[in-house]
Write a protein that binds this ligand. Sequence first.
Ligand SMILES: C[S@@+](CC[C@H](N)C(=O)[O-])C[C@H]1O[C@@H](n2cnc3c(N)ncnc32)[C@H](O)[C@@H]1O
Length: 311
Amino acid sequence: MTTQTSHLSVLLQESLDGLSIKPDGVYLDATFGRGGHSKQILTQLSDKGRLIALDRDPSAIESAKALANDPRFSIHHCNFSEMEDVLTSLELHGKVDGILMDLGVSSPQLDEPERGFSFMREGPLDMRMNPTKGQSAAQWLAHAEEQDIAQVIKEFGEEKFGKRIAHGIVNARQQAPITTTAQLAEIIDIAVPVKDKFKHPATRSFQGIRIYINSELDEIRTGLKSALNSLNSGGRLSVISFHSLEDRLVKRFIREQSRGLQVPHGLPIMQSEIDSHKALKAIGKAIKPSPEELSRNVRARSSVLRVAEKL
Ligand SMILES: C[S@@+](CC[C@H](N)C(=O)[O-])C[C@H]1O[C@@H](n2cnc3c(N)ncnc32)[C@H](O)[C@@H]1O
């Protein structure tokens, strides 16, 4: 059964303002989701403008059929780490005026129990954004080494009880295979010795396993570099993150690309040589959702937007 879900796009106006849309420009939405940002971008494009959208989730691609008759729009089923291939095939590589990356999972992915992302909803333990590729969380947990599980939960979930939880998982799987979200949530609940008043004990572990299963941080590292290569000079990059691991990567990338050549202190080198290695300029500071948005959409609460311009 598919549950009806609604999706409210996060930092919608702010991220579009960041793109500084030119009506005749070429734009890339790297994370189509349910198309909230894409539809808004299209309202700002003329007949000559183009919007290329990507998503790794087949359900997102399916939902884009509603835009199929718009000649300015095309959708591609791939990871955003592959954006350069898509743009090259369209002869648009290096010619893009703005790229939006709205990272993480979509509301439908979280809300549909059969996707297996949520500890709140009983479903098969899947967690793949693209269920047609790679191993599910259940398949990984069935054979992974205890220390690898602990490391994933600790590093990607920022969970201090990673070792205890991994031990609980390995013990439990010796009794019976762990195949559902509810089973895993219960194992974690039992393993966590101190409960947080405001958070379900499985919140962090589910985040960590999901990030690992979808190679999310590697995708972001490659995606940011590819975005930089794909933009034309003056092109804008708007990136929305939902947790500190994502935002740290985005912040560092923009900082490194804005700094120019790094040379040891005292080395005689022209400022122009240092500047010639600057690839990006940060536009403003990190932007958080307004109180009004937060009152409408609780899922926006951890979001942060960073904008940069290619030099
Ligand atoms: C937060 S949602 C985007 C919501 C969208 N902006 C909207 O307004 O409807 C994130 C989407 O990005 C997709 N996604 C996440 N990582 C991806 C990646 N590495 N490559 C392609 N799509 C990705 C997910 O499948 C999900 O549909």
